[in-house]
Design a binder for this molecule. Structure first.
Ligand code: SF4
Length: 77
């Protein structure tokens, strides 16, 4: 996705059966290829994995302030 994947929006490369259309291809983003799944992120069910993903999207979303856009963080004011 040219400007990154917005939070809450499925990747355009995600197939209907939830596989990556770019898996194994050089066009697959480096961040995707380098990601190593951990038990914590996968959980025991698809629902638990989606909950973890939703948490990450909230924790890393951009917020607009008087200066511009900044990453949300526990240290942000
Ligand atoms: S692995 Fe990356 S490119 Fe493939 S569907 Fe997931 S986010 Fe999209």
């Amino acid at each position: 996705m040219p400007f990154g994947k917005p939070a809450g929006i499925p990747c355009v490369q995600l197939l209907p059966d939830f596989r990556c259309a770019l898996f194994g291809q050089p066009e697959r983003p480096a961040v995707c290829a380098s990601l190593r799944p951990m038990e914590e992120m996968c959980g025991g069910t698809r629902g638990e994995a989606l909950d973890f993903l939703a948490h990450l999207e909230v924790a890393t979303r951009c917020t607009e302030d008087a200066v511009g856009f900044t990453k949300a963080s526990p240290h942000a004011r």
